[in-house]
Design a binder for this molecule. Structure first.
Ligand SMILES: *[C@@H]1O[C@H](CO)[C@@H](O)[C@H](O)[C@H]1NC(C)=O
Ligand SMILES: *[C@@H]1O[C@H](CO)[C@@H](O)[C@H](O)[C@H]1NC(C)=O
Length: 186
């Protein structure tokens, strides 16, 4: 008797599982195991970010003029810059354009120059043309390697999460070329 019951057990659990699966779907919602909906991939992107604040064609424009305050050691505290910066394959701005970084950065640390970065990386080349990823994080610009979370995406990058690593490649005045390595699970 016990033996026969043991044989039936796997069958029972299968029926139970089917019942649970069916219960996850109703008229207003449907839940699918994630890997069935979208198998995940990891994409590594490598490019250069051109922050041009000077000259006759700046792509990063300061939009605030904060009052001088005695409470901050950092004179730029409160500065907000809106940018539509070029992203290229190589460090030379005339190398192949792969997209734009559209968003803003703000000086948000009272004691050291550190920026809060809020950017959409808009890709215009290859299989990711038309797709975007959203990047948000803290940027202590004088640290050698900075890291920002990737918090979402669209198109090929739907449901993206990951991280971006940024390293200053060259600096001339307030203009910077920054090398990016971005790792995206999507
Ligand atoms: C900064 O502190 C000095 C000396 O205490 C004071 O005279 C000045 O008004 C303060 N400036 C601001 C912007 O608060
Ligand atoms: C990217 O997509 C746009 C819109 O579909 C298209 O006009 C453009 O030619 C594409 N660019 C490349 C480099 O494929």
């Amino acid at each position: 008797m016990a033996k026969r019951f043991l044989l039936i057990l796997p069958l029972l659990s299968t029926i139970l599982l089917l019942a649970v699966t069916a219960a996850e779907s109703n008229s207003y919602s449907k839940t699918t195991p994630f890997q069935e909906y979208k198998p995940e991939k990891l994409t590594h992107l490598h490019f250069y970010f051109h922050d041009v604040t000077s000259g006759d064609k700046p792509t990063a424009i300061r939009v605030t003029n904060p009052p001088v305050s005695n409470t901050t050691a950092v004179s730029t505290f409160g500065v907000v810059v809106i940018a539509d910066n070029l992203l290229t394959e190589g460090p030379d701005p005339s190398s192949k354009e792969i997209g734009r970084a559209q968003g803003l950065y703000a000086s948000t640390d009272m004691n050291t120059v550190s920026l809060t970065m809020v950017f959409n990386l808009v890709f215009t080349e290859g299989e990711f043309n038309g797709s975007t990823v959203s990047m948000y994080g803290r940027n202590p610009i004088f640290s050698k390697l900075r890291e920002f979370p990737i918090i979402g995406g669209t198109g090929e990058f739907r449901l993206a999460r990951g991280y971006a690593q940024a390293q200053t490649y060259s600096l001339s005045g307030f203009d910077a070329v920054v090398e990016y390595n971005v790792f995206i699970s999507h």
